[in-house]
Design a protein around this ligand. Structure first.
Ligand code: 5GP
Ligand code: ZN
Length: 112
């Protein structure tokens, strides 16, 4: 059985894909913890960072670059956070490697 993020990126489950390229897709977090809360998800299934090795670690660089581009696209480049939970002990709920991109607090307070 494929996981929920594999299914969303394969369009087997509903989910607005904000951006995608050959390596990854970006969706909004269904339960946002910031005014802008996106998930940057490799198309290839990795359970977590623990599954990466020298051959596959390039996906991590691509995730960081995608986060930067999405922060610009969503107007939060002046302040954003990225987070990757790895393993149950860190609260990882979805066992498919993904990066949280969170920001937009200033914008909501009208300080921009
Ligand atoms: P984790 O705790 O694994 O780092 O983060 C998983 C995130 O995925 C959570 O913030 C949760 O709200 C989000 N999430 C879980 N299921 C879905 C879903 O079906 N669609 C979307 N867009 N986000 C989801
Ligand atoms: Zn998956």
């Amino acid at each position: 059985m494929t996981c929920i993020f594999c299914q969303i990126l394969a369009r087997e489950l509903p989910g607005e894909i904000l951006y995608e390229d050959e390596d990854l897709g970006v969706i909004r977090d269904v339960n946002p913890e910031a005014p802008v809360h996106l998930l940057i998800i490799p198309k290839r299934h990795f359970d977590s960072m623990n599954s990466l090795d020298e051959k596959t670690a390039q996906i991590a660089a691509k995730m960081f670059l995608a986060a930067k581009k999405m922060a610009e696209a969503h107007g939060i480049q002046s302040g954003y956070k990225v987070l990757i939970n790895n393993g149950m002990g860190a609260g990882q709920q979805v066992r498919h490697l993904h990066m949280h991109l969170m920001g937009g607090w200033e914008r909501r307070q009208g300080r921009r």
